[in-house]
Design a protein around this ligand. Sequence first.
Ligand code: SAH
Ligand code: SF4
Ligand code: F3S
Length: 466
Amino acid sequence: MIQLSQKPLKINHELPESGRGSYWITTFGCQMNKADSERMAGILEGMGYKEAKAELQADLVLYNTCTIRDNAEQKVYSYLGKQARRKHLSPHLKLIVAGCVAQQEGAALLRRVPELDLVMGPQHANRLETLLNQVDNGHQVVATEESHILEDLTAARRDSKVSAWVNVIYGCNERCTYCVVPSVRGKEQSREPEAIRKEIENLAQKDFKEITLLGQNIDAYGRDLKEISSLQREKISLKDLLTYIHDIDGIERIRFATSHPRYFTDELIQTCAEHSKICEHFHIPFQSGDNEILKRMARGYTIERYKKIIYKIKEVMPEASISADVIVAFPGETEVQFQNTLNIIEEIGFDQVNTAAYSPRPNTPAAKWAGQIQEEVKVERLKRVNQLVAETARVRNKRYEGRVEEVLVEGINPKNREQLMGRTRTNRLTFFPQHSNSYLLYKAGDIVKVKIEEIRSFSLTGTPIN
Ligand code: SAH
Ligand code: SF4
Ligand code: F3S
């Protein structure tokens, strides 16, 4: 959430004069972590902490970590080394590791970095205040036990004023053989629909225009609710939730992620088509284009089923954009199997694909399998897939040329302050001049009709039309 400071080392030796002092949060990983960081920032501000101007001046530093691949995990150790040294000069500094590395390593992190005050897994994000109180009482705290995620009463401190993430289901019950998420995020826990609606109503009151419902496997929403709910409720699924929140005044756009092809239904596609606020953009990872690899990944679908979903979406919503995630060089992946992945990218013509080379993760079956692919092959396959993804995205983007798109303005383009930036309904990043003539000015939160004139692989540029 908060950008890293590139400034030279500047150390604040003073104890905070008033209040609690300042905090700094650096977030790694996925949207789930970003949403957690926003809630933790809200808790810290509620406790009296102020946002620090720079990481190396903060009185409290919190790293919200990711361990999806080894390089994500390693990042935090290099950041921690710097802060641990600082703590020897400024003993009042509070040092916290939250998120997925915290959950994976637990007390072992304290042994590795004894300067840490608090190690807290993702299920404990909403308990930050209680945990910090224990730290203030002189304890070094590790909070990684499986826990029921409390409804948070503190307002999140959101980065955007326009677009907000709303967690609807935590955890994941799948067992994809490469993936560390179930072991660090725990079992599925859906939030009550009433609590979700209330959060979105509050966002609408604060002028937010767009929400993205979040879950690692959002199609699983509701399947655990019957058991834990104190209410006698009927079965509720993602499509019911979407229908239930659709009428909230002020919210103009609704998105959701991440979809799982194993559970994605035709009814969900129909619901999206019938509700005008639900944007025609779908993020549905396929992970591999080869059935044998999909089986070994334990994904629970074939590439034929995946294609059927995509073609159904395209039939019902011809303008829809489709993005996905893919892993190359999974253990045992042959050149032919890799080619099957390239083929599917070409056949479907994705708008965007997040690519990664397989990385063995602790406590996952595939990490121990024979047939681990050499580093050079990983690098080479990743390069080839990235080239194809950029080319496919550029070709897909051609359809925007000359068209008028509704762009929800997020703010000023940090790379060109003369431009505003926002997204189309299909989630394409779009830039346009701040004012096309002297009396036209737009601001964050406006929906502007923009005529698209310039196409790149991952963004567009245009001119607003009146
Ligand atoms: N819940 C989502 C994805 C969560 S993790 C889903 O089921 O699709 C985000 C992405 O990281 C995954 O889609 C996958 O492409 C990638 N990923 C997960 N584990 C990985 C690993 N061990 N090596 C490389 N990439 C991985
Ligand atoms: Fe990981 Fe699979 Fe769960 Fe996604 S569905 S988070 S890839 S285990
Ligand atoms: Fe990373 Fe944890 Fe998300 S491992 S991808 S931050 S769920």
